[in-house]
Write a protein that binds this ligand. Structure first.
Ligand SMILES: *Cc1c(COP(=O)(O)O)cnc(C)c1O
Length: 394
């Protein structure tokens, strides 16, 4: 059965994904099982998506209840779950208004469109350029890949959208030179995820904020990977004492159901008036109900604090491991967005970890990334550390 599924998938699906040869069938908490009955502790979590683990009973119930009531209506009408979700996000953030889409890329599309529209409405149509960071990742649609600072993402899709330029992450002088009176926004991730779990220097985000204020340009933070408690604060910018004008969320917001959100201050969001932007499925009741339940559980179970504590423990353990293994060049990240950089390629190690019952993932060729559910137990971390210790000894 397993071979047939893999074979069929390889025949009938666009070959965009290089997949590992397992078929995942079910999950429970931080564990997933494949069709052969093998179990894995999941340090990938759908790439920082399933923060509360798999098959969470309360989220499953919320989805089932909503599915029996109302799955979808048009955004021509008000619905309760969508309104509840927007209100909760506004209460928990700097933002005054929320626009819902279905993915990270769509949230960033909305952010890019809003930044341009804001200056058009303001009588400065020449301000349409966005400065973003080298090694950034903002998505795969045409606008978001244009905003992404990695050539491999753009390869074959020229011409990209006009109006994007890139400066090295953590280089405030380069940013100062790049921003001019054609710039509408600076767009960046507080911690670069796909770029290799790269943290900002302690002052960098504050300097970016000041630079944006000085030049009258908007600051867009892509918190799609770093948001929702992943780094040990609800949003990563809270670590650095800044707030953006626009923030995007997606991945973990509904614990695995597809959603994206763009949040903005009243002043900026005002540029999105009637008819300026829309999405058929954006914030549809089914998905919004899952997100509302996710946010409730996060609060009740103090998931953000837990991520901070477990993340600190995990990072300490990785740092101790680094002392024993010269092949570890660096330990990176914050909270439960962690990685180790190895001297050499990581790709061939991934199947070894799978063999031993752990799903981990590789970014930028030489970094092992760990983004488990935020409910991961110390005992699971201890088991992974023992496994890393073993594998890296060889
Ligand atoms: C995953 C990710 C995206 C893209 O999200 P999709 O839902 O795949 O479109 C954008 N930005 C960051 C920082 C991400 O981690």
């Amino acid at each position: 059965m397993t071979d047939t599924i893999m074979h069929t998938a390889d025949q009938v699906m666009a070959a965009t994904y290089k997949r590992f040869p397992i078929v995942l069938e079910r999950g429970q908490g931080c564990t997933v099982w494949d069709t052969q009955g093998r179990r894995y502790t999941d340090f990938v979590a759908g790439i920082a998506v399933c923060n509360l683990g798999h098959a969470h009973p309360r989220i499953a119930d919320a989805v089932a209840r909503q599915a029996k009531k109302l799955v979808h209506v048009s955004n021509l009408y008000y619905t309760i779950p969508q309104t509840d979700l927007a209100r909760m996000l506004v209460e928990q953030s700097f933002a005054d208004r929320v626009f819902f889409g279905n993915s990270g890329a769509e949230a960033n599309e909305a952010a890019i469109k809003l930044a341009r529209k804001y200056f058009k409405d303001d009588g400065q149509p020449e301000r349409f350029r966005i400065v973003s960071m080298e090694k950034s990742f903002h998505g795969r649609t045409m606008a978001t890949l244009s905003a992404t600072g990695q050539d491999k993402i753009k390869h074959g899709f020229d011409p990209v959208l006009e109006g994007f330029s890139f400066v090295p992450f953590n280089d405030i002088d380069a940013l100062e030179s790049a921003v001019d009176d054609h710039t509408c926004a600076v767009m960046l991730e507080p911690i670069q995820g796909e770029g290799g779990i790269r943290c900002p220097d302690p002052d960098f985000l504050r300097q970016v904020r000041q630079l944006c204020d000085r030049h009258g340009v908007l600051m867009i933070l892509d918190e799609i990977q770093t948001g929702m408690g992943r780094t040990g604060k609800r949003f990563a910018h809270e670590h650095y004492g800044v707030t953006p004008d626009i923030m995007t969320l997606a991945k973990a917001l509904a614990n695995g159901l597809p959603i994206g959100a763009m949040l903005a201050t009243e002043r900026v969001a005002a540029a999105f008036g009637f008819g300026s932007h829309a999405s058929t499925f954006g914030g549809t009741p089914l998905v919004a109900a899952a997100a509302v339940e996710t946010l409730k559980i996060m609060d009740e179970e103090k998931i953000v604090d837990r991520a901070r504590e477990t993340g600190a423990y995990f990072k300490d353990e990785l740092q101790r491991l680094k002392l024993r293994h010269r092949c570890i060049a660096a330990v990176r990240g914050k909270g439960l967005l962690l990685g180790i950089q190895l001297n050499g390629p990581v790709d061939e190690l991934i199947p070894v970890f799978m063999e031993k019952g752990f799903l981990v993932n590789c970014v930028q060729g030489d970094i092992l990334r760990f983004v488990p559910p935020l409910i991961i137990q110390k005992s699971d971390i201890d088991a992974l550390i023992r496994c890393l210790d073993n594998v890296l000894t060889r």
